[in-house]
Design a protein around this ligand. Structure first.
Ligand SMILES: Cc1cc2nc3c(=O)[nH]c(=O)nc-3n(C[C@H](O)[C@H](O)[C@H](O)COP(=O)(O)OP(=O)(O)OC[C@H]3O[C@@H](n4cnc5c(N)ncnc54)[C@H](O)[C@@H]3O)c2cc1C
Length: 434
């Protein structure tokens, strides 16, 4: 039987990142995953500013930036009209490329086994693992990073609670311009016109040498639109967003259209001796809210920088130690925000109630006002007019900023590619001041 201090089961983003961080810290680690090279899989395909900030804390940012496609400006559009063009900080990267890049950083002191764990017997001191080929392993701690695979969690008596079945549907595909050498933007977010579209938004962004699109919908898998997106994607997209080509210019969809429904779920009773759950194995997220990677990065950063080093200092690995990770305030806050954003965005996109209609109006006004003010600001900056004109413009901005009523909108919806009214107001004030 092999012996190790930490057995990481699952080498997706969470497990691979943990292997790098713990290996770099000199821990005795073994990573087990069936795939030597992570296969192509439709998952997170871009990292936003908040995710990049956490990635810096893991020490993996430089390696990821070498292979990612950055974009620093995003255009937002609705009903065929550009409403804003703002600076932003995002990079596109296919999930397998992201995971394999992280895996290449795993130091030589980490043992990597290509195999599937079929059994875990846990206890307060040591855990024993059995692989599909019969090999066995003894570890002080198991980091369970098996994503959506529920087999091992069942074996440990951990139950899954489904918060929202088929919460959203994610659609991913490649797009390329037709009759023009490039799209008239680097990144684009298109919002729906009405709740009848049952759509959160569509984003287009550079990835490797092309452009990738992610469309997030709230539809039943039997919905004819989903079938049409597979068989005639260009026509299906124009039926959903008839004026899209006014913003993008003529385009075509190339390659296979990937469509995935996502259930929102979390573990009801994750606490047990010797095993800690991370990433999707602990709780899933809604891709439309774009919080899954924040959760993974936060889990691994907190676990590897703070909790595991502390746990290894004393003998044993009972549930009292593990509890400290599930009670970590940063983890709790990140998970709670992820869940709240998933439900907020779905209601904002589909709920017919008066309050939600008011919130949508506020969002539309916020988007339009911020866009208009940004354009005005650019003009003022470029005009060589007298200082007095600039002062007048500043005063105008300050006068407009507080007039948006944001009381109906919850504060932080963070990483959504979407300015809510509170952000809009802050942004207006910032622009006015600058
Ligand atoms: C369609 C889609 C789009 C998404 N888009 C976004 C987005 O835009 N932004 C965002 O932030 N998040 C997004 N997410 C969420 C994000 O991709 C996930 O939260 C993240 O990938 C989870 O990583 P993980 O390491 O926990 O799981 P995974 O990447 O699924 O890794 C699990 C690993 O465990 C291994 N494994 C499973 N069982 C065993 C076993 N018995 N033994 C050994 N190994 C095992 C698997 O082979 C796999 O390698 C999206 C998710 C989906 C599904």
């Amino acid at each position: 039987m092999r012996r190790t201090d930490i057995a990481i089961v699952g080498g997706g983003l969470a497990g691979s990142l943990a292997a790098v961080m713990l290996g770099r810290a000199g821990a005795d680690v073994t990573l087990i995953d069936p795939h030597e090279i992570y296969p192509p899989d439709f998952r997170c395909e871009k990292l936003d500013g908040s995710q990049i900030a956490i990635l810096h804390k893991t020490g993996l940012a430089p390696a990821v930036f070498k292979v990612a496609s950055p974009d620093d400006e995003i255009v937002t559009a609705r009903a065929g009209k550009i409403i804003d063009r703002r600076p932003h900080n995002q990079c596109g990267i296919l999930y397998d490329n992201l995971v394999n890049t992280v895996r290449r950083e795993i130091p030589a002191n980490v043992a990597v086994i290509a195999g599937k764990v079929t059994e875990i017997a846990n206890g307060p001191d040591r855990q024993s693992l059995t692989l599909a080929d019969g090999e066995t392993l003894s570890a002080r701690l198991v980091v369970l990073a098996t994503g959506l695979n529920i087999g091992l969690r069942h074996m440990l008596g951990i139950e899954r609670e489904i918060l929202s079945a088929s919460h959203s549907v994610s659609v991913g595909f490649d797009v390329s311009p037709v009759g023009q050498s490039r799209f008239p933007f680097r990144a684009l977010t298109c919002y729906p016109q009405s709740i009848a579209d049952r759509m959160a938004y569509m984003s287009m962004f550079p990835i490797q040498s092309g452009t990738r699109a992610n469309l997030f919908l709230y539809r039943d898998m039997a919905d004819p639109l989903l079938r049409a997106l597979r068989t005639a994607p260009h026509e299906a997209l124009l039926s959903l967003m008839p004026e899209l080509e006014r913003v993008t210019g003529p385009f075509q969809v190339s390659g296979f259209v990937k469509i995935r429904p996502v259930d929102l779920c979390r573990m009801r009773n994750p606490l047990c001796d010797g095993v800690v759950l991370v990433g999707d194995a602990f709780a899933t997220s809604c891709p439309a809210a774009g919080t899954g990677t924040n959760k993974v990065l936060t889990d691994i950063e907190r676990l590897c920088n703070t909790h595991i080093p502390h746990w290894l200092l004393s003998p044993g690995m009972d549930s009292a130690k593990i509890k400290a990770f599930y009670d970590d305030p940063t983890k709790i806050e990140t998970d709670a925000q992820s869940e709240a954003k998933a439900f907020f965005l779905r209601s904002l996109s589909t709920d017919p109630g008066l309050i939600w209609e008011a919130r949508r109006q506020i969002r539309r006004i916020g988007h339009a006002a911020v866009g208009a003010l940004r354009r005005a600001r650019t003009k003022v900056k470029h005009a060589a007019g007298p200082v007095g004109e600039i002062r007048a413009a500043q005063e105008n901005l300050i006068a407009v900023a507080p007039s948006l009523d944001v009381s109906a909108v919850p504060g932080n919806i963070g990483t959504m590619p979407d300015l809510n009214a509170a952000q809009a107001q802050t942004s207006l004030r910032e622009q006015a001041r600058s």
